[in-house]
Design a protein. Structure first.
Length: 385
């Protein structure tokens, strides 16, 4: 028992939800055990395994490693598990809200997010009738729950959006949705790969199926969900086009297929013979997005790329490279399926060519000094100026 590393349990918000982190030094025996836990996932950014944070999963992890190695759960003791205790009437109301969201044709991921946040909000105020809830109850929920769980600004914006829809569905509260303000969204510049790095990642991906996935993600700028839902009938080979159906915002769009991708597509198709979807699991059906992330991480490691790369990084890189090649921003907006031009404009801040054309003021100062004082030769920073 002492020969195996100790397991450390922590709680952290990841992918807009509280997660239970299971940390330990690399050990094959412990990795085999953690993989037996349903939904256990490795995160490269967290450098840890994680599962959804719940009392049941904490108990499951403790049971899995019981009598195997020691488990340090001391960091969980300070954080009380947020367990819902909804009444039957509250459950019925949330079920009706779920059907309401479906009727409004919200996406499944949006429905899950909205139900999750509203259920937590209702549970937090379980001793207060819904009809008496005010904006102050919303503020207290954010102060007590969101801050404690370390939720991101993006999650808080989603909660406010969910609550605005809920007040329309259930207008009997005293919450004034006009006064509900979303915090300003963080505008972080996306991580971008060079064209050489993209090609190196694809080159280091030996599996034909995996290589076809990465090549298509980059060459068409697809979202991971769009790739997973692609069907064979969406490929129009003679026209060298791909139709993306029901993309984000339920929009369809056409994208040109790269000439260099077509031979790879043919090789992949005849090797794997998918039946319905462009890429399918071993037992048929849709492929797993997490599987894509896992083999992408392996390919990046082989390509010796140390920066964090996700499937969406390939989409960002596709857009940036189009802009650098002189493609109009309006066409890029159409190719990416962006509803607003402001979303596409972020790539104007990171295109390399324009930045490289801007001369640094330090270089200008040294050039001026060299012109004035020609007798002393060129001034260099590596010696006295």
């Amino acid at each position: 028992m002492n020969a195996l590393p100790t397991i450390l349990l922590e709680q952290k918000n990841h992918r807009n939800a509280p997660q239970l982190l299971v940390k330990f030094h690399y050990n094959n025996s412990l990795i085999k055990l953690i993989r037996k836990i349903p939904s256990a996932t490795w995160s490269r950014t967290l450098r840890s395994w994680y599962v959804k944070y719940s009392e049941e999963n904490v108990a499951l992890v403790l049971k899995t490693f019981k009598n195997i190695t020691s488990v340090d759960a001391s960091k969980l003791s300070k954080k009380k598990l947020f367990k819902r205790n909804l009444t039957e009437d509250q459950k019925k109301l949330l079920n009706t809200f779920f059907l309401y969201l479906r009727g409004k044709r919200f996406s499944e991921s949006t429905i899950q997010t909205y139900i999750f946040f509203v259920a937590d909000f209702v549970n937090f105020n379980t001793n207060t009738p819904l009809e008496k809830l005010t904006n102050r109850n919303v503020e207290l929920f954010i102060e007590k729950v969101f801050i404690e769980r370390n939720y991101s600004i993006s999650s808080q914006r989603q909660f406010i959006s969910a609550l605005k829809v809920f007040t329309v569905f259930y207008p009997h509260t005293q919450i004034n949705d006009l006064q509900l303000e979303r915090p300003k969204k963080s505008r972080k510049l996306p991580s971008i790969l060079s064209q050489e790095e993209v090609l190196e990642i694809i080159r280091c991906t030996q599996n034909i199926k995996h290589r076809a996935i990465l090549a298509l993600l980059y060459s068409c700028g697809l979202r991971i969900g769009e790739l997973i839902n692609l069907e064979l009938k969406d490929f129009h080979i003679q026209r060298k086009q791909l139709v993306v159906k029901n993309g984000k915002g339920r929009k369809d769009r056409y994208i040109s297929l790269a000439d260099s991708f077509l031979p790879l597509l043919s090789t992949y198709y005849y090797a794997y013979k998918p039946k319905t979807f462009f890429v399918e699991g071993q037992k048929g059906g849709k492929y797993s997005s997490e599987s894509v992330r896992q083999f992408l991480r392996r390919s990046c490691a082989k390509a010796r790329i140390r920066k964090t790369v996700t499937p969406h990084t390939l989409r960002h890189s596709y857009a940036t490279h189009l802009l650098e090649n002189g493609v109009d921003i309006r066409y890029i907006q159409s190719l990416l399926g962006h509803a607003k031009p402001e979303t596409t404009m972020i790539y104007t801040h990171i295109r390399r060519k324009d930045l490289m054309e801007i001369q640094n003021p330090l270089d200008i100062a040294i050039q001026k000094l060299n012109k004035v004082d020609k007798d002393n030769g060129n001034v260099l920073l590596s010696r006295d100026i």
